[in-house]
Design a protein around this ligand. Structure first.
Ligand SMILES: N[C@@H](CCC(=O)N[C@@H](CS)C(=O)NCC(=O)O)C(=O)O
Length: 257
């Protein structure tokens, strides 16, 4: 009898005292897998073996490799019985109008909040002071330890270039856009438990992964301040983490630790 291969999720390891990946796109896929009770095995991913040279990527049970967090989730949504017969698509039967607003916001957050987070961690001198040991530790998984320090500086330069590819090219207007997007997420959440009402959606997974990293970044920024001011958003971040079976110290998110 042939043994079915599990789904392998290749991702960057946890950092900052959080129990999930230091990379928002990796955390987005992992929370989706957990909320849908999809069986998987998490592995540290070497981006040199990824189809798009980035993490996350997965190895499907048939052996194919696939990258791009949104495409991985879309494939799982479209083939919900693939890995677990009892699994339903996360976005099934949600209010279509609310779901489409949440998805549009997810696209915006992935662009502006992600780049703001890169700016916080890699461009800002204080951010890099705090991020440098995390990046060194990450690269030491893949290359000989003596090369980790110079490699981390190369990665910093790459991330500085990536942070400046969109609105964060002009940090003051970039941060304004990102803060405005966070305000829109708060407005969409309203008094509900999730962005799409009583149940979380794929948009919750995406926005959650980016905003929990914004809140947990150890150095101050306009986006972190905007987020930390919002009790409903902080509660929503903790609620989703708990639904996924993760214990997150609230002090990491609200600065009281
Ligand atoms: N659009 C991609 C973005 C993935 C991404 O940016 N991954 C980062 C980690 S947060 C990465 O692997 N960076 C390595 C690099 O840029 O060389 C997705 O959603 O999967």
């Amino acid at each position: 009898m042939t043994q079915t291969q599990p789904l392998f999720l290749y991702q960057l390891p946890p950092a900052l005292g959080l129990p999930f990946s230091e990379s928002p796109p990796c955390a987005k896929v992992e929370i989706y897998l957990r909320l849908t009770h999809t069986p998987y095995e998490a592995r540290i991913g070497d981006t040199r073996t990824s189809p798009n040279a980035m993490a996350p990527f997965v190895r499907w049970p048939d052996g194919r490799l696939q990258a791009e967090s949104s495409e991985i989730i879309a494939h799982l949504e479209a083939n919900s019985g693939l890995l677990s017969p009892t699994r339903s698509p996360l976005d099934q039967d949600l209010d279509p109008e609310r779901l489409s607003r949440a998805r549009a916001l997810a696209t915006l957050i992935e662009e502006v909040a992600y780049d703001a987070c890169l700016h916080d961690r890699f461009v800002s001198p204080e951010g890099w002071r705090l991020q440098r040991p995390i990046t060194r530790e990450l690269v030491a998984h893949f290359i000989p330890a003596p090369l980790a320090a110079p490699a981390a500086e190369v990665i910093r330069l790459q991330q500085i270039r990536r942070a400046a590819r969109g609105p964060m090219r002009h940090p003051s207007s970039g941060y304004r856009l990102a803060c405005d997007a966070i305000d829109q997420v708060e407005a969409l959440l309203g008094n509900d438990a999730y962005l799409t009402g009583e149940r979380p959606s794929t948009a919750d997974c995406s926005i959650w992964a980016h905003l929990i990293h914004t809140a947990a970044t150890p150095n101050d920024s306009p986006t972190r301040r905007t987020l930390r001011r919002s009790r409903p958003l902080l509660d929503w971040l903790l609620r989703l983490a708990s639904d996924a079976g993760w214990t997150v110290d609230p002090g990491i998110l609200n600065g009281e630790r």
